[in-house]
Design a protein around this ligand. Structure first.
Ligand SMILES: [Zn+2]
Length: 120
C-alpha cells in the first residue's frame, strides 16, 4: 500500500500535470484560431483563395493539431480519474489485474491506470 506521504506527492504531480494540460489546451484554442469562433476557422475555407498545395498542408496541420488536442484531452481524463481515485483505497492498484502498481511507475506516470505488464 502507498503511504499517505507518497499519495500526497503523487497528488501534487497530478495537479501540476492537470494545470499544464489545461494551459496547453487553452493555448490551442487561442493560438490556432484567428477569429473568435474557435476551431471552425482551422478548416480550409471555401472563400479564401488557396492553391491545392496550401490547402493540403493546411488540412494536414489541422489534423495534426486535432490529434494532439485529442491526446491532451485523453490525458486530462486520465489525470482527473487518477485524482478521483487518489482519495480512494484502490488508488495505486492495477485496473486490470488488481496488483499493486510499483511506486517507480507511479512516480513516472501518476495517472497510470494499470501495472506495467497489463499496459504492455
Ligand atoms: Zn495489471
Amino acid at each position: 500500500m502507498l503511504k499517505d506521504q507518497e499519495k500526497q506527492e503523487l497528488k501534487k504531480l497530478l495537479l501540476d500535470e492537470r494545470d499544464r494540460i489545461e494551459k496547453e489546451l487553452h493555448s490551442f484554442t487561442t493560438e490556432t484560431s484567428d477569429s473568435p469562433g474557435g476551431h471552425e476557422t482551422l478548416m480550409p475555407s471555401q472563400e479564401r483563395e488557396v492553391n491545392p498545395e496550401d490547402q493540403a498542408s493546411q488540412e494536414e496541420q489541422y489534423f495534426k493539431l486535432k490529434s494532439l488536442e485529442n491526446i491532451l484531452e485523453q490525458r486530462l481524463i486520465e489525470v482527473n480519474r487518477a485524482l478521483e481515485k487518489i482519495d480512494e483505497k484502490n488508488f495505486g492498484t492495477c485496473e486490470k489485474c488488481g496488483q499493486e502498481i510499483p511506486w517507480q511507475r507511479l512516480k513516472v506516470n501518476p495517472a497510470a491506470p494499470t501495472c506495467i505488464s497489463c499496459a504492455a
